[in-house]
Write a new protein. Structure first.
Length: 127
């Protein structure tokens, strides 16, 4: 089955999902907005390593996809806050599942590392 959205052809729903929320930063942006509205600077501070240009690009793409809302307040200087839309909140179970799987993966890797490191000093700490 081939689906089309905004001139894009998808072979399956997973491909569409990854196109919308995939990549290094988009899931992390959505995760940060899970609990509260954040300003640009708050997002950037909570996501070490993302450049302002990349954050802007990712926010625009998520806004275009209808997952986040960009609210501009008529103040001087202008205040802009980002939050999840109602539709954006529908992706939270997906992110929760990714978080759960990631925890299991990290636990597995830590256990593997501990077994490998029995002869050496050190090991891994679980979060």
């Amino acid at each position: 089955m081939v689906s089309e959205t905004k001139n894009k052809h998808y072979q399956c729903p997973v491909e569409a999902t990854l196109d919308v929320i995939g990549g290094k930063w988009k899931p992390l942006i959505l995760w940060q907005l899970k609990a509260e509205k954040l300003r640009f600077s708050g997002l950037q501070q909570s996501m070490q390593g993302i450049s302002p240009k990349m954050l802007t690009k990712q926010l625009r793409e998520l806004e275009e996809a209808g997952l986040i809302l960009r609210e501009i307040y008529p103040e001087i200087p202008p205040r802009v806050e980002y939050s999840l839309t109602e539709f954006g909140k529908t992706v939270l179970p997906v992110l929760d599942a990714l978080c759960e799987w990631g925890n299991k993966y990290l636990d597995r890797e830590c256990a593997f590392d501990k077994n490998e490191d029995l002869k050496t000093v050190g090991g891994c700490t679980s979060q």
